[in-house]
Ligand binder design. Structure first.
Ligand code: G3P
Length: 217
């Protein structure tokens, strides 16, 4: 399973990269705005800065909602780096644009996916990644992991090449469950990734080893 970090914060991206387990980055307009990135040039430069840190794919979201705008923005983003994955919303114009990008060899991430039907359309259009938002499904009173299971089954049935990128991951249990189910990728905030390290028996065990190590010197 690939690990992506879901942030536009350069320090957190660097920290995850330095852990040695980072396979890519996802961003969205909310995450970019949170970092105070404003204006076309600053936005483009920020994506370049992210690409300079990571070795893997970097999702950069288009802001337009018409086919022409999505294609224009997506081509500008893709020209920044071969690492860029054009993130396109799950709307009719988005599906058309994903098909277009797929035929041009431009990688895509179909975002804001909340149903199996949407996931089928994204795969049929040739998306590189599809992003079901499991945390937001949980927020609505349903189980986001059920959708991941359904998608894994459907994609397996037809050997769809689109990679299931579990997004809106909120905690380490989400990550573990996605791994059990067989999501191809998770994207999570740094704290959810780092929380995988934690176990009180590890802390207690290490404290005891360190105490005993002093007796050896
Ligand atoms: O990758 C999509 C993600 O950023 C959405 O997360 O926590 O805003 O639902 P959240």
């Amino acid at each position: 399973m690939k690990f992506f970090i879901d942030t536009a914060n350069l320090a957190q991206i660097q920290e995850a990269h330095d852990l040695g387990i980072l396979d890519g980055v996802t961003t969205n307009p909310s995450l970019m705005a949170k970092e105070g990135i404003k204006g076309y040039d600053a936005v483009m430069q920020h994506y370049v800065n992210i690409c300079n840190i990571v070795d893997g794919d970097v999702s950069a979201e288009v802001l337009g909602t018409t086919f022409d705008d999505i294609v224009r923005e997506g081509e500008e983003l893709a020209a920044l780096s071969p690492k860029i994955v054009v993130k396109v919303p799950m709307i009719k114009e988005g599906i058309k644009a994903i098909r277009y990008f797929s035929q041009k060899g431009i990688k895509t991430n179909c975002t804001l996916v909340f149903s199996a039907g949407q996931a089928i359309l994204a795969a049929k259009a040739g998306a590189t990644y599809v992003s079901p938002f499991i945390g937001r499904i949980d927020d609505s009173g349903h189980d986001g992991l059920d959708l991941i299971e359904q998608m894994v089954q459907i994609y397996d049935n037809y050997s769809f090449q689109t990679q299931i990128l579990a997004a809106s991951v909120r905690n380490s249990l989400h990550i573990i469950k996605c791994a059990e189910i067989g999501a191809d990728v998770i994207t999570a905030p740094l704290d959810a990734i780092v929380a995988l390290l934690n176990h009180p028996l590890t802390d207690n065990g290490l404290a005891k080893f360190l105490a005993d190590a002093k007796k050896m010197s």
